[in-house]
Design a protein around this ligand. Structure first.
Ligand code: GLU
Length: 376
């Protein structure tokens, strides 16, 4: 176990992203006034201690579905999208009325995967959110469910919150859930399940523990929470998973109280590297040979066609793809210089053969070093 001072660690947090799920915000499948009161009070206290705060909130589909007469989560995509359109207003009203009472200014941003995939949109949104923070507002973010379809969706708000944490360079993501944290087993079905207080590194043992779990109200389970932790800690940030029904939970976490599960950071990486590796799902995979693996890992090399054994997926120039070693283990991600068809034709070839095979030679590398991020 790594030794660290929790109070000191939390004292260095100047900017935090808080994610709250539908099940935490609701009671009996309706938005709960009491829960919203506690959350907005806690957020305000956080602001008052000088911490910049961004909230990522679910609950639109739940709130809208009720208004439109659904007794449970609607079954079709258009019904879900319609529910989000109605519920988003109610959700924001609920936040606005409360936060304004405390003298806070809420701001709304509805985002989708495209906003993270496109570098240009990414940079613009980051500028907007940072400006809102500088001006003292509390940005409140949800996925733009009314217009997004599966292909262009982030899909769950745990991942969205992790993307936002990276986007605004926040050091801490707090995910408020209906469980006390990350357990050794599902605590709802296994009485021996134990809370893990600190996860110093996410490895396969931890991944297996995430298992499958989901609630009726939301889309996330432990798997998406762990994925969020991988994104944030892989970028060099902290994540805490804690029980959203506990009072003053946010301020207690920032005070350094040992509460929930804390995921410790790996090496800090640059903003551009965070975008390449952790803001867009890889569109394909390259399986490299031992020599290439070694050169990328130890000698700061680029990935050349001759070091690639096999590729899978469907990618275009500039997409993020994943690099896998001889054991099929992912060890890097990077921006690819050729599309799938081109890459298929040049793998295994020497650089001077590229022109012969393709009829042109735009790049020497499949992935240039500057666009490659090693995953620890
Ligand atoms: N964006 C959805 C909503 O507002 C929820 C997605 C999620 O919970 O992950 O209802």
């Amino acid at each position: 176990m790594i030794e660290f001072d929790r109070k000191q660690l939390m004292a260095s947090v100047k900017r935090v992203v808080v994610k709250v799920g539908s099940s935490t915000l609701s009671r009996n499948s309706e938005l709960s006034s009491e829960r919203l009161d506690h959350l907005t009070y806690d957020l305000t206290k956080l602001k008052q201690r000088g911490t910049e705060v961004v909230l990522v909130t679910s609950g639109a589909i739940l709130a809208g579905g009720r208004q439109l007469g659904f007794n449970q989560r609607p079954g079709t995509i258009p019904e879900l999208q319609a529910s989000a359109a109605v519920g988003q207003i109610q959700l924001m009203q609920a936040y606005q009325s409360r936060l304004q009472q405390y003298g806070q200014i809420p701001a709304m941003a509805l985002l989708t995967q495209e906003d993270f995939t496109s570098r240009q949109r990414y940079v613009h949104i980051s500028d907007t959110l940072l400006t809102l923070l500088r001006l003292g507002a509390i940005p409140i973010i949800n996925e733009n469910d009314t217009v997004t379809v599966d292909e262009i969706k982030v899909g769950d708000n745990d991942t969205l919150a992790a993307y936002v944490t990276n986007l605004i360079d926040a050091y801490l993501l707090i995910i408020l859930s209906d469980q006390k944290g990350f357990y050794t087993a599902d605590p709802r079905t296994d009485i021996d399940a134990k809370l893990i207080n600190v996860v110093s590194k996410i490895d396969d043992t931890i991944r297996v523990l995430a298992g499958k779990s989901s609630t009726d109200e939301g889309t996330g389970g432990m798997i998406t929470k762990l994925l969020a932790a991988e994104i944030v800690t892989g970028s060099g940030g902290l994540m805490v998973l804690a029980d959203g029904s506990e009072k003053n939970i946010l301020n207690r976490i920032l005070d350094g109280e040992a509460i929930g599960s804390l995921f410790l950071p790996q090496k800090r990486i640059s903003s551009r590297h965070r975008w390449i590796a952790y803001s867009r799902p890889p569109k394909g995979q390259v399986f490299v040979d031992e020599g290439a693996h070694h050169a990328l890992l130890n000698h700061g090399g680029s990935l050349l066609p001759c070091g690639v054994r096999e590729i899978t997926g469907d990618f275009e120039f500039g997409d993020t793809i994943s690099c896998r070693d001889q054991n099929d283990k992912e060890f890097a991600r990077g921006l690819v210089n050729y599309n799938t068809q081109e890459a298929q034709r040049i793998i295994g070839k020497n650089t001077h053969e590229i022109e012969q095979v393709l009829g042109y030679h735009h790049y020497d590398e499949i992935i240039h070093r500057d666009n490659l991020v090693l995953i620890s």
